[in-house]
Design a protein around this ligand. Structure first.
Ligand code: PMP
Length: 450
């Protein structure tokens, strides 16, 4: 391994960082993380922090999960790669598909299509939704509906259903036939509605309206995150996703749950859809499926969709989609170990308990600090603090003061993520009550400094 001076001298000089301006990466060199243990990470300067970002919402079991590391090493030893394209398979992926069928049985999802991550999975779900309608003889159903504020990865399909302008504008024109409805985001919405239940009904009415406008027979699928993540942690009212399901059913529209963040325990339930009592037609999972140790994802497919494809005699159900790394045996072995460990530790229960403590603490911080405009979460361990310079006008806090909050929180031992005006928290699900206190007290110091 190269020494620290080499790392610092070459930091960001020969690579471009995702979601960053190349000039900014050069001017403000990224923190170089050199090791991780439990829920903590250490950077090249030796400063140790709790990773309240959990990698990127994915390191649910922390950085020392021995069973996952051992499974990866063992699989590399006996079969480091074999493809699952037509005609071949591998041992690990078969075992994983069996396991996932059991894991997602309560969600009515019984087949898996494997990917290298979340964005890949979104493309697969969007494609399979259109294909499903073609197989059934409804080739005119090609459009997609989604939520403003929704985040669905950065491939062109995902960016097209994405509801955040900053992930879209540089790459437009995107895919035609994608339309967005207002998100149930109580802090800012076009209806000026602050009651979550009423707002959910208004957004559902907007969905109905858009379907009538487009024509139900032209729409393939509606895609949503059970709790919106990157758009600023927006948990919808509990009536929202069931309402979406009902509207989709009534109009022959498929429901794609983007569970890239929410699957495997983060919301306090084993999946975000289950959290709201909804059975989606597709569920896109990735991230925590391997605890972030290997790039991998699984798109889970509902029984009735699977049957339609499997019983097709026209040839239209041939799946002309797939990645070199679909069903990668090392990823599959990591996922098997990870899901076993996730269930053994019942991380969903810990996420729910620690999530309640976190939410209560954040509410207290909001009372104390005027720059906290809104705190969101309450469904497991995913939270956001929306920072403002003025609570009346809700003007977002400027970048310099937001940086002060980040830097001071970091200096007090906690890494958080800044995303626009939001501080995002998605810590490992193995967090202790003591860690929650440490995160809250570091945030308290960060907010006071700004
Ligand atoms: N969907 C959601 C809800 C996500 O949060 C993300 C990643 N943050 C993606 C899709 C894309 O996943 P990936 O980065 O693994 O491609």
């Amino acid at each position: 391994m190269k020494d620290d001076n080499f790392l610092k001298e070459n930091n960001a000089r020969h690579m471009w960082h995702p979601m960053a301006h190349p000039a900014d990466s050069l001017a403000n060199p990224p923190k170089i993380i050199t090791s991780g243990k439990g829920v903590r990470i250490v950077d090249v300067d030796g400063s140790e922090t709790i990773d309240a970002v959990g990698g990127l919402w994915n390191v649910n079991l922390g950085y020392s999960c021995a069973p996952v590391k051992e499974a990866i090493a063992a699989q590399l030893e006996h079969l480091p790669y074999y493809s699952t394209f037509r005609g071949t398979s591998n041992d690990a992926v078969i075992e994983l598909s069996f396991m996932l069928r059991e894991f997602f049985e309560p969600d009515g999802l019984s087949r898996a299509f494997f990917t290298s991550g979340g964005s890949d999975g979104i493309e697969i779900a969007l494609r399979l939704a259109r294909q499903f309608h073609k197989v059934r003889g409804e080739a005119g159903r090609t459009k997609y509906l989604s939520l403003k504020k929704g985040y669905h990865g950065t491939h062109t399909g995902g960016a097209s259903v994405n509801g955040n302008a900053n992930f879209r504008t540089q790459y437009e024109p995107l895919m035609p036939g994608c339309f967005h409805i207002p998100a149930p985001y109580t802090y800012r919405n076009p209806f000026n509605e602050t009651d979550p239940e009423k707002l959910a009904q208004m957004c559902l009415a907007a969905l109905e309206d858009e379907i009538a406008f487009q024509g139900a027979g032209t729409i393939a699928a509606f895609i949503m995150e059970p709790v919106l993540g990157a758009g600023g942690v927006i948990p919808p009212h509990k009536s929202f996703m069931p309402g979406v399901r009902e509207i989709c059913d009534r109009n022959g529209i498929l429901l794609i749950a983007d569970e890239v963040i929410t699957a495997y325990g983060r919301t306090g339930s084993w999946s975000g859809s289950r959290h709201w009592g909804v059975k989606p037609d597709f569920s896109v999972t990735a991230k925590a499926i391997t605890n972030g140790y290997f790039p991998f994802g699984a798109v889970m497919i509902a029984d009735h969709i699977a049957e339609t494809f499997e019983q097709d005699e026209t040839g239209k159900a041939n799946i002309a989609s797939g990645y070199t790394y679909s069903g990668h045996p090392v990823g599959a072995a990591a996922a098997i170990a990870c899901i076993k460990e996730t269930q053994r530790l019942k991380v969903n229960e810990n996420a729910a308990a620690r999530g309640r403590e976190m939410m209560a603490g954040l509410e207290a911080l909001k009372k104390k600090h005027g720059i906290v405009g809104d705190v969101r979460g309450g469904e497991g361990l995913m939270n956001a603090l929306e920072l403002v310079s003025d609570r009346e006008t809700k003007k977002p806090l400027d970048a310099a003061r937001t940086k002060t909050v980040f830097d001071t929180t970091h200096a007090n031992g906690v890494m958080v993520r800044v995303s626009g005006p939001n501080l995002i928290l998605s810590p490992p699900l193995v967090l202790t009550a003591e860690d929650v206190k440490d995160i809250l007290s570091a945030l308290d110091a960060g907010l006071a400094a700004a």
